[in-house]
Design a protein around this ligand. Sequence first.
Ligand SMILES: C[S@@+](CC[C@H](N)C(=O)[O-])C[C@H]1O[C@@H](n2cnc3c(N)ncnc32)[C@H](O)[C@@H]1O
Length: 212
Amino acid sequence: MRTRYNAKAIDELNRFERYIKTKEDIQEIINKKNNMKIYLEIGMGKGDFITKLSQLDKDNIYIGVEVSPPVLALAVKKLKRYKKENNVILDNLYFMSFDAIDIASFFQEHQIEKIYLNFSDPWPKKKHAKRRLTNERFLEEYKKVLKKNGRIEFKTDNRGLFEYSLVSMQNFGLKFIEVYLDLHKTDVFNIETEYEKKFSPFGPIYKIIVEY
Ligand SMILES: C[S@@+](CC[C@H](N)C(=O)[O-])C[C@H]1O[C@@H](n2cnc3c(N)ncnc32)[C@H](O)[C@@H]1O
């Protein structure tokens, strides 16, 4: 995702009250919201998906994770506009910035209900396969924080990443719950992401739901 570095935007991100930086702070929030389930989107980009999803389920906690602070700053800007235009309260939605590989240093064991991976970077070169968010290294880290029977919901328009993820998840021993070869041709409930809106006119959207 191309982003112009914008110091003002980063300042705004740092001032955003639901931008959570430490394990201690996110754990304090989780503890206060007793019995709420926790859902994560990793690689949330500008955040349309997690924002809309959090609105549909005010009884639980939604956390958008994005490795790039400048991208997250754009998400904050967008969220503020969305809040103003729609006059909504978004008190169950939080943003964090870290690399997904470090997920277990922010959450406790078996704390997360579900992880959404939407249009993750495909890293097409074989030598970069380890960076794909469905690589075994990442599946191992997700396993630590996901509940027993916790799920991953993965969407992509990239055929190569889809095939790679099927094999990686299968080899890891995950249980396949649902697989779609052309999600938009089904009547399955779907919230479109920014990338999905942009790239779905050019080909099918693949979706995989797996369980640990
Ligand atoms: C192609 S964009 C998709 C954004 C959004 N999910 C969508 O569908 O519109 C992938 C996003 O994942 C983020 N990302 C890539 N690797 C990551 C990692 N290891 N941990 C967290 N975020 C990551 C990128 O910075 C980028 O914003």
